[in-house]
Design a protein. Sequence first.
Length: 245
Amino acid sequence: MTEPLHRTLAARLRDRIRGGELAIGASLPSEAELCREFAASRGPVRQALATLREEGLISGGQGKRPVVLDAVPSQPFESFLSFTLRAVITGHEPGQQLQEIALRRPEPTVAAALQIEPDELAVQLLRLRLLDGRPAMLERMSYVEAVGRPLLDADLNAGSIYAYLIDRGVDVHAARHTFDAVAADPTDSRLLGVPVGAPLLRERRLTTDSTGAPIEWSDDRYRPDIATVTMTNTRASRLSRAAVA
């Protein structure tokens, strides 16, 4: 299936911004110039520019020439949950390699986060995430049994776990993200290709359904030389725009 022209134009301009060809503060070519360059009508060009404005990459509109505001696109709630979607939005090729998955009694801190009894079972998995074929992040994910059991028979190297769960009707409503720095342990070192003790960016995430009940607890560790998280706050409106870059 041929990709719509406006998406192709948006991707080309996004690549120029990410690559520094169009620096922050620089003006984009005019609509007329973009129409000539891409042999396109004004409709697809305007749609492409609207997409970049929605992502927070450019300003402008209503007759004003667009100006580059940022090099990292803003993203919707669903993309902040999904490494796969974040990677695609920011122009990277995502990948994943499942290391293990099991139904077991989680450690006390995880059981407490999931609000399950110490002797209850949870589905736990360890998965390496890749950006453009390079190790970027290691996921340690725990799901309450009712939500996670279908994952035991799923192909978890195929893509986003969140997309799989949502397609199955799982009520993914909210997530709380906590970021800090940790030293790489031997498992991190082996799979991420960093020395033991190397600093990693850690994201701990508690995901809940629309009733507030926990469904997932995750400890994700990023190589900071490959993946970063950018947060943009706006006064009295949306709290965050986040990206993996």
